[in-house]
Design a protein around this ligand. Structure first.
Ligand code: ADP
Ligand code: MG
Length: 623
């Protein structure tokens, strides 16, 4: 085209497209849900703007917010059209090719190892999945602020953009045309498409229509002697109109009889029933429905189920409904940019209208691993995002969400039969329900344990609640995870403090001389081996009236021995001599101690200084 401007894809995007277009990946279906999801996002955006700018939607058909799918069997084209916000020329250039999203290279990497495209939507590059089924794609888009443009690419490293002077003008929105590859012709089948929409897009909040064929009964003139002929031709729809005209002509000549024949017509068929699952009574929503809803929300179409969910209504001054999920796996970038970004996975709705998924004020950072939504009746609809962000009821919503989230996590632990295995000999017959919940908490801990620890550090109000959720190994846990409550239940009589030690690994810690005496005397010691544990223990001072004692630090009190005083006396001169001899080595004091068994002496950290492990961590961070 003469007015086309050419652009090159950003390198990482180009690599991604190469991989996709050449992919032998079998589940090509995913392109449809990605396009529908983009259409739905674009509709959400225009609807949100229309809350404060009534004019923006226009009138009549223009104001309808919906998604339309059409198949052209002859040209082998699927088109998906939405009346969403649309894209300006600049948007098309930026969003579809020249600016790589942060997830692009992460996804390319993942593809090369797993080859699984299923999670493409989570990485923010879902659009490019169109090249699983198409070798040529056109994106026609009209934004209120610009003329209509066409973006087109054959995934050959470049794309072109032209002002659109030849297609039917869109009022507003986007139409994506996929020119299907030979091996993807199956998607021209209406039945297949209906199935796919039902399977993957049933929770989309806008109507999805398919231009679908329909058999209708029609009265047509009939002549007894020709009737069988007539029936044959009326089934093939292509030259039907001609047939009818012929019939009409003949109508004048003879007196017609009529008969009923099947005729194929086309009409918009609604494929989804736009229901909001969170408005329903939790008792009436099935587990399968929650799972499916989670998948569409999280764009997580792996086979795994969410670990838990909580669906509730808050009443009182601030009314809202919420649905929270614990995903089966942590997203790839959960802790990567923990301190720089506050990306929550919670969507905010006000009276069923999607407002934002970038609201930092709904959950504290450490709970950002949760997926879900909040729909509030109390928040105002017709104010800007900035005003909403400062609304006083957000604080109440946040408080309730935290409480419910922590309840949900605790319930996950309480219901896991692995979690209460102190009484090993109890021969409980496992129900199928408890079997399903077995090991779920360990799974949760593996994926999100770090978030709980960060919570203990950051959330003083809920520190004790979060500490209850902590899991760790100890010198007695035999490789399994245990909790503070379980530790306390096993404490020796007379033991006042909770003992712990920090280090780089379990193997290293088990050799530590600090554990000798304690192990010999049968005390249990918590083994903390995650760098974050060191910070954690600066905030976790006590639990259920018990203090924490780092056994590599000064102040360790284990049961007194009658001989202690005697020993102290008899070695008085020696300790004095040592203290003098080590004076130049930054040693504060030399003491007789009962913490060792075989090792003759050990260097202990003073109460308020960094442990040796903390020194190690700090060093590795500054180097
Ligand atoms: P994501 O949806 O995660 O942002 P995609 O690769 O699916 O990533 O889409 C890239 C971007 O292209 C979107 O963020 C959006 O800005 C734009 N886009 C895609 N489809 C549409 C559409 N139908 N209408 C408006 N903008 C769209
Ligand atoms: Mg998308």
């Amino acid at each position: 085209r003469s007015n086309a401007e050419k652009f090159e894809f950003q390198a990482e995007v180009s690599r991604l497209m190469d991989i996709i277009i050449n992919s032998l990946y079998s589940n090509k279906d995913i392109f449809l849900r990605e396009l529908i999801s983009n259409a739905s996002d674009a509709l959400d955006k225009i609807r949100f703007i229309s809350l404060t700018d009534k004019e923006i939607l226009g009138e009549g058909d223009n104001a309808k917010l919906e998604i339309q799918i059409k198949l052209d069997k002859e040209k082998k084209v699927i088109s998906i059209r939405d009346s969403g916000i649309g894209m300006t020329k600049e948007d098309l250039i930026k969003n579809l090719g020249t600016i790589a999203k942060s997830g692009t290279s992460a996804f390319v990497e993942k593809m090369q190892t797993s080859g699984d495209l299923n999670l493409i939507g989570q990485f923010g590059v879902g659009f490019y999945s169109v090249y699983l089924v198409a070798d040529y794609v056109e994106v026609i888009s009209k934004h209120n602020d610009d003329k209509q443009h066409v973006w087109e690419s054959k995934a050959d490293g470049a794309f072109a953009i032209s002002e659109d002077t030849w297609n039917e003008p869109l009022d507003r929105g986007t139409e994506i045309r996929l020119h299907l590859k030979d091996e993807a012709q199956e998607y021209l089948d209406e039945y297949k498409l209906k199935e796919l929409v039902k399977k993957y897009s049933e929770f989309i909040n806008f109507p999805i229509y398919l231009w679908a064929s329909k058999e209708v009964d029609e009265e047509v003139p009939a002549y007894e002697e020709e009737s069988s002929d007539e029936e044959d031709t009326s089934d093939s729809n292509s030259d039907e109109e001609g047939e009818e005209e012929d019939a009409e002509k003949e109508e004048d000549e003879k007196k017609p009889k009529t008969k009923t024949v099947k005729k194929t017509t086309y009409e918009w068929e609604l494929l989804n029933d736009v229901k909001a699952i969170w408005l329903r009574n939790p008792k009436e929503v099935t587990e399968e429905e929650y799972t499916k809803f989670y998948r569409s929300l999280a764009k997580d179409f792996s086979d795994e189920k969410p670990l838990a969910w909580s669906h509730f209504t808050a009443e009182g001054d601030v009314e809202f409904k919420a649905l929270l999920f614990i995903p089966p796996k942590a997203p790839h970038d959960l802790y990567e940019s923990y301190y720089n970004s506050n990306k929550s996975n919670l969507k905010l709705y006000v009276r069923r209208v999607f407002i934002s998924d970038e609201f930092d004020e709904l959950l504290p950072k450490y709970l950002n691993f949760l997926m879900g939504l909040v729909d509030s009746d109390t928040l105002p609809l017709n104010v800007s995002r900035e005003m909403l962000q400062q609304h006083s009821s957000l604080k109440t919503i946040k408080k309730k969400l935290i409480r419910k989230a922590l309840d949900m996590i605790r319930k996950l632990a309480d219901e896991d039969p692995d979690e209460s295995n102190d009484n090993v000999n109890k021969d409980v017959e496992e129900s199928s329900d408890s079997k399903e919940k077995k090991g779920q908490y360990a799974k949760f801990w593996n994926e999100f344990g770090k978030s709980i620890k960060l919570g203990i550090i950051e959330d003083a109000t809920n520190r004790n609640r979060l500490a209850k959720l902590l899991r760790f190994e100890t010198t007695k846990s035999d490789g399994k995870l245990t909790s503070l409550d379980q530790y306390i239940s096993r404490m020796k009589s007379g033991q006042k403090d909770i003992f712990y030690i920090t280090g780089a690994s379990k193997e290293q810690l088990e050799k530590s001389p600090f554990l000798e005496g304690l192990t010999k005397k049968n005390y249990e010691v918590i083994l903390f081996t995650d760098p974050v544990d060191e910070y954690l223990m600066q905030y976790l001072m006590d639990y259920e009236d018990k203090k924490f004692q780092n056994v590599s630090k000064e102040g360790l009190k284990i049961g007194k021995d009658s001989k202690d005083k005697e020993l102290k006396e008899s070695f008085k001169e020696l300790t004095k001599w040592w203290k003098g001899a080590l004076a130049s080595e930054n040693i504060d004091d030399v003491k007789i101690s009962n913490r060792l068994a075989d090792t003759p002496c050990v260097v202990v950290t003073s109460k308020y200084s960094w442990s040796a492990n903390m020194e190690r961590i700090m060093q590795s961070q500054t180097l």
